[in-house]
Design a protein around this ligand. Structure first.
Ligand code: ZN
Ligand code: ZN
Length: 289
């Protein structure tokens, strides 16, 4: 990264408001220590952590952008759409997110019932203990399965029980792409396809997703994600250039125990890309000439 021309952005991470390990305050402190200069907090289907994170960011003098990561069912795939730089008070957005949280709760109940049938009792209470009263996700069930000795690793919790097609998998119809983009854009924000390489879509499918996304006014594409490999980031940069999508970057940091790239380690944007933040006041006002 060339600090004279580029600031250190991280526009994708999670706090305890969803399935992250750090509180919003601790997360922002961590980001600042890692050298992040502009960050967005993007919890799953919830914006509850934004106010706390924004206050801490202001204290520490780092730029803060409102964010959320919305669960979308597109065709048969679960796709994550990140919303950035929107008004969190927007009513339609909040109603939409509340509906998604309800679906998450119902799905949590279903996963627990399936685990009970497999002889693993108390999974709901166990997972909820890790969720601390916040949004219940498969991550919390995976933690419970590891900590209670049912499986050795986080990955094996998914491979044996929780992943698509496994015995404790519960299908869920999330919102549509149209709904997610409607809520984000209606609240003045920009929509971004999160970690596009992680869905393992064929080139034809990924082009179809981008086509649908752009037809709905979608602008952003997470070219660099901590949860994608270097070659995948490179390929995604090609897609962004070819389809004239604005590039976003994010670590998808969930906490110190994760194995992938942490915050502040994203590196420069590949050449020939327009960053999603190019017309945000925060970047132009503070970027050195
Ligand atoms: Zn995601
Ligand atoms: Zn994420």
């Amino acid at each position: 990264m060339n600090p004279a021309t580029e600031r250190n952005y991280d526009l994708h991470c999670h706090s305890t408001s969803s399935d992250g390990e750090l509180s919003p305050t601790a997360l922002v402190q961590h980001a600042a220590r890692q050298g992040v200069q502009v960050m967005a907090l993007t919890d799953h289907d919830v914006t509850d952590g934004l106010a706390e994170a924004a206050a801490e960011a202001e204290k520490l003098g780092i730029g803060f952008i409102s964010g959320v990561e919305i669960s979308v069912t597109w065709q048969t795939h679960l796709i994550h759409i990140v919303g950035l730089n929107f008004d969190p008070a927007n009513e339609a957005l909040q109603q939409g997110l509340a509906g998604l949280r309800l679906k998450r709760q119902t799905r949590g109940d279903e996963i627990a019932q399936k685990l009970a049938k497999l002889g693993i009792e108390d999974a709901l209470a166990g997972a909820q203990a890790y969720a601390n009263g916040e949004i219940l996700s498969r991550t919390h069930f995976a933690k419970f399965l590891v900590e209670s000795g049912r499986v050795k690793t986080f990955q094996s919790a998914f491979d044996r029980y929780l992943a698509t097609g496994k015995p404790a998998y519960a299908a869920c119809e999330w919102c549509t792409l149209e709904e997610a983009l409607g809520w984000i854009q209606g609240a003045g924000g920009v929509a971004v396809i999160a970690h596009p390489a992680r869905y393992k879509l064929s080139a034809t499918k990924l082009r179809a997703l981008i086509g649908d996304f752009k037809a709905l006014g979608g602008l952003g594409f997470e070219v660099i994600s901590g949860s994608q490999g270097v070659q995948e980031n490179h390929n995604m940069a090609d897609y962004a250039r070819r389809h004239e999508l604005q590039a976003s970057v994010g670590s998808d940091f969930h906490g110190p125990s994760q194995t992938w790239l942490g915050m502040g380690r994203i590196g420069p944007l590949p050449k020939g890309l327009v960053p999603v933040w190019h017309d945000w006041g925060i970047a132009t006002a503070e970027m050195p000439a």
